[in-house]
Design a protein around this ligand. Structure first.
Ligand code: UD1
Length: 373
């Protein structure tokens, strides 16, 4: 049984479902959506574009505080396990749906598989960090995107035999979809001053923001948006806005920083649109985890508006620079990219589009071996 819940899960589950339902695989796959994300722009378009099968079940939990959302998923998930009786539960990433379903499954004695295990920001203020640490502790099989995660897991007492370095399923999806990416010209076709953004000499930057640490505190949000407004005077910015960010901008009266025709505000974009926009950008400014990896795979410079990253390979080998929220540091990193073109970077080991196939092979072997004993 594969679990999805929130936007960043969808691009991870797509290649896994495809590998599970391919002719080479002998396992049955059941797809369960918790319903953590439910808006059309946060959900449906990803299923359509990425060819994810319609979920066999949707728990429709929706939004809530962390406790309410996690508890609601757990309560609704338990009877499903009793009914479907899966041999394994596979969770991806670090969202509330990940820990909620892993916890219910493990207490029922059902083996848990964690894809994207072992990543650590060492920042427990991030809800995702708590989800990652706890999910790894109760998982039976850990699939890694980068080798640094191996040391993290060993340090936390996870047995080496459970750890498998297989590569990055999000990059499987990126590679499978590059040829379907929508061009910036098409994405911005309705924008009156699109010529400013489509000028091949100056180019454009992409901005995404949604982490609670950046958008929930009005002072931090204002400081960030003021800096980004300054930056847009040099490089125009395209800003697809996550629903929680849109709400926080309104509540904190920060709209004034976006009141410029050098920042285009868009609703959240579907996968092919975002991929097309990012792949042609001069740089990307973001607090997303996934985008740090996607920009590294694309070779596009990324400036991360966080104090840390759980994906250090994007900094050590990729195009990522961590700058935090200090205006002086953001500006310096931005100027550096504009002057030098940014870090060249290389694509990390096993980010080759075949991670999901490796995962399914290991799972199939594990199930065969364990059934035999
Ligand atoms: C969640 C994940 C985060 C991930 C992000 C990507 C957790 C703890 N966080 O954060 O790791 O990077 O998804 O998007 O699981 N909302 C809508 N429509 C939706 C979904 C949410 O309007 O379809 C709004 C609601 O106001 C909601 C808020 O966004 O309260 C937050 O949603 P939630 O699922 O709690 O967390 P995200 O911020 O989306």
């Amino acid at each position: 049984m594969c679990i999805v819940g929130a936007r960043p899960n969808f691009m991870k589950i797509a290649p896994i479902m495809a590998a599970l339902r391919s002719e080479q695989c002998h396992l049955d796959a059941f797809l369960l959506h918790t319903g953590q994300h439910y808006d059309k722009s946060m959900k449906h378009c990803f299923f359509d574009q990425l060819g994810i099968p319609v979920p066999d079940m949707d728990l429709e939990v929706g939004s809530g505080s962390h406790a309410v959302q996690t508890a609601e998923i757990m309560q609704r998930f338990e009877p499903v396990l009793d009914e479907v009786k899966p041999a394994m539960v596979l969770v991806v990433g670090d969202v509330n749906s990940t820990i909620a379903c892993a916890l219910v499954a493990t207490k029922k004695g059902i083996p848990v598989v964690h894809v994207e295990a072992g990543l650590r920001s060492y920042d427990r203020d991030m809800p995702e960090e708590v989800n990652r640490v706890l999910t790894d502790q109760i998982s039976d099989m850990h699939f890694l995107t980068e080798k640094s995660a191996h040391e993290n897991l060993l340090r936390e007492g996870i047995d080496d035999s459970r750890i498998h370095f297989v590569g990055n399923v999000m990059i499987d999806t990126l590679k499978n979809n590059l040829s379907k990416a929508v061009t910036p010209e098409q994405i911005l076709s309705e924008i009156p001053n699109k010529a400013v953004f489509l000028n091949s000499k100056t180019g454009y930057g992409v901005l995404t923001l949604h982490r609670p640490s950046n958008v929930d505190n009005p002072e931090v949000l204002a400081r960030l948006l003021e800096t980004l407004n300054e930056i847009s005077k040099t490089l125009p910015l395209v800003f697809p806005i996550h629903p929680r960010t849109a709400q926080k901008i309104m509540e904190s009266g920060c709209e004034k920083y976006l009141d410029t025709d050098r920042i285009i505000q868009l609703a959240p974009l579907a996968y092919h649109e975002m991929l097309g926009l990012n792949s042609k950008a001069r740089l990307v400014l973001t607090d997303s985890g996934g985008i740090q990896e996607e920009t590294t795979a694309l070779g596009v410079p990324c400036i991360t508006l966080r104090e840390n990253t759980e994906r250090p390979i994007t900094v050590d080998e990729g195009t990522n620079t961590i700058v935090g929220t200090d205006p002086v540091k953001i500006r310096a990193a931005f100027d550096n990219v504009m002057q030098t073109g940014g870090k060249a970077g290389k694509v990390p080991e096993l980010w080759d589009g075949k991670a999901a196939v490796r995962i399914v092979e290991v799972m199939e072997k594990w199930l065969t071996d364990n059934q035999r004993h």
